[in-house]
Design a protein around this ligand. Sequence first.
Ligand code: NAP
Length: 302
Amino acid sequence: MTAKLIKGTEIREEILEEVAAEVKDIKEKHGVVPGLVTILVGENPASMSYVTLKIKTAHRLGFNEVQDSQPADLSEEDLLALIDKYNKDDSIHGILVQLPLPKHVDEKKVLNAIDPDKDVDGFHPVNVGRLMIGGDEVKFPPCTPAGIQEMIIRAGVETSGAEVVVVGRSNIVGKPIANMMFQKGPGANATVTVVHTRTKDLAAHCKRADILIVAAGVPDLVKPDWIKPGACVIDVGVNRVGEKVSEKTGKTVAILKGDVDFDKAKEIAGSITPVPGGVGPMTITMLMKNTLKSLKFKLGLA
Ligand code: NAP
């Protein structure tokens, strides 16, 4: 059996078209567009390429995109003042502080200073609490887990009553996706197990999963015989395992691998995400969706 591929690159396009259409409609009816500011402190190369992609996507959707680049020696006090400025700015609906921050800055303090109603990343404790309560309380689900859930829904995978096993318990992926999958509602209502490095028999848990979500950051952690035949496998892992020269650009690029042995797993699973091109493209996509949502909350449209 060869599994159906759940391609983030295709689902991204579907969602971005929907967002662009809504932005156009809101602009015509209300004369406003979503405003997203990205604050980048310093020149971390990985952060800079990620931010460039965000800016490109926001422009494509017709957002008011503000790129606020600050020197690496910006003081914590000045960064907090900057956040305060954007908290009060009515044209800004989403504030994003690109991580990691320089060591002299208290990351937690900075993230907690963002107005929870503009926290489109969904990392503020208020939004974590809203996510835990579920239902109408949820404003901004964190972007990678929201992307995972959206992929499962759009792939037509039944979640109600399904056994979901999540490998990993990080605050940005494992915990929130586990929480989202057991809530009442569409794309959820599942029975969820979370496994981690202290779990006694990882294989036994994975073998029970109708939906297996793997976010460990360990290449090929999940072996093919851990996968239940016909299961949906969502591989969140992005691991650099080497370098190669790109045929397209002639540049040296990283060889990426997921946490699942994809070539063998696709012969057993019912559906599976590839790496790259699976969960990866969904994060920025859901960030855009959250920013639009923030404007809709403000206009009373959501
Ligand atoms: P993380 O903070 O390092 O957490 C990894 C989790 O996996 C931890 O809970 C850890 O358990 C568990 N784990 C690690 N090795 C394990 C093993 N051998 N057996 C069982 N559990 C194990 O990582 P993260 O931030 O969640 O990211 C996970 C992966 O997803 C990374 O490859 C990352 O690059 C990728 N990622 C991709 C996207 C995207 O595509 N958009 C977004 C975010 C993350 P303990 O808690 O016991 O240590």
